[in-house]
Design a protein around this ligand. Sequence first.
Ligand SMILES: *Cc1c(COP(=O)(O)O)cnc(C)c1O
Length: 428
Amino acid sequence: MTPLEFDARHLWHPYTHVLEPGPMHLIAETQGVWLTRDDGVRMIDAMSSWWCTVHGHRHPAIIDAMQKQLGRMPHVMFGGLTHEPAIELGRRLIKMLPAGLDRIFYSDSGSVAIEVALKMAVQYQIAKGRSERTEFATIRGGYHGDTWKAMSVCDPVNGMHGLFSGALSIQHFLPRPAIRFDQDWLEDPAKNGLDALEQLLETKGSKIAALILEPVVQGAGGMFFYHPAWLRGARAMCDAHDVLLIFDEIATGFGRSGEMFAMDHAGVVPDILCLGKALTGGHITLAATVATEEVARGIGESEAGVLMHGPTYMANPLACAAGVASLDQLSLRNWRQEVADIARQMNHELSLARNLPGVADVRVLGAIGVIEMQDRVDASIAHKLAPDTGVWLRPFGRNIYCMPPFIISPDELSRVTAAMVALAGGAR
Ligand SMILES: *Cc1c(COP(=O)(O)O)cnc(C)c1O
C-alpha cells in the first residue's frame, strides 16, 4: 500500500466521506504561506490551515521558542504545579484583552474552550441561586465546535450537526442579526432584529444561563459579517435579564477581522471569552476561556468553589511557549496595516467575481475574503485544481473563501484571489 492508499483505507479526515475521501494531498513540508507536497508540488495555504497560521507556517521565532521549551519541559501537569510559559502567556493575554477579562482557563482545543465557557455560565448561575438557568440562547448561522454541548449551540441547519438534532438538548435560536456590517444601523428593534432577543429574554430568560455567539463574524456557519451595534444592544439586554454573554472569538481573535478582537468593532466586553486557533500562530493546538472577575468570584464563592473541569494537557508548556512567541510577533509587526492592505487588495480583486453567473455575494472584512455562490460548491473541484493553480482552497457550503496568513505578499494574494474567481466561474 502506498502512503495515500493507507491513508484512504485507515485514517478518518474531518468532514470527509469515509469510503470515498476524494483527492488527498500528501504534504511533506510547510514554510511561510507555502505547503509542499511529497512530490515537490507547492500550494499557497489560503486557508491559513483553518484560520490559524497568521504569521505563516514555521515562523522562525515561534519554532525557536518551541525548540527551547522542548529542550526544557514539553509537558507537566497543571494541577498543583505551574510554569513560566503559562504565566507569561497569561500576562500577555491580560494586557491585550479589554479591562475586566481577568481569569484565564487554558484548554487544548476550541471546542473544549466552549464547553468550559458553557459550564462556567451554568456554575455561575447556580452560585447566584439561579440553578434553573441551564439553557442557552444563540443566533442562527453560528458555529462553536464539534463536541456535544458546543454542537447544541451551532446553527441547527447549516452548523453541520443537523444529523444529531434529536439527540441534542434544545437551545434557543434567534434570527441572525439582520443588518450587515457595512449597512447603516437602524435603531428600530423590529428592523435590527433585537426585538427577537428582547422577546426571548422576557419569556424564557429565567431558564437561560447565557447568550453565546461569534461577535461580528460568523465563520464556519456561513462567513457572515453583521453590524457591531447589535452586540451593544445584546449586552444591555443580557445585563437586564441576568443572562451572561459569551463571545466565541476562536476564529476572529488576533487581528483577523481588522481589529485585534472582533468585539473591538463594537467596544463590547463579554462575561466570558473563548480563544483558540491563531493563539499559537497555528503551530500547535491551544485554547483559552477567559472570564471576568465577577464570574470567577461567583463560582469561587459558591459552595463548590471549584470549576468542574480539568484537561489532562491543560496549559501544556510547549503550546503556551508557542503562544507567547506568537503574541510577541503580533506586537512586533504592524499586523493592522498588513490586514488593511490584504482587505483593500481582496476588495479590488474579488470584485471581478461580482458579475459572474451564479455568484450571490462578494464580501471582505479584514483578512477574510468570501465569494458566496447561489448553490453549494463542490469542494473536490477546488482540491483537484489546487496543484495547477498553486492555491489551496477548501470551500464549504455555498462559500468560496480565503483567510490568508497576514505575511502573504501582494503577488501571492493575487494568485489566491485569481484562483477563487476562477473557481466561482466554473464551480457551478
Ligand atoms: C474552529 C472553531 C471552534 C472549534 O475549535 P476546535 O479547535 O476545532 O475545537 C469553535 N468556534 C469557532 C468560532 C471556530 O471557528
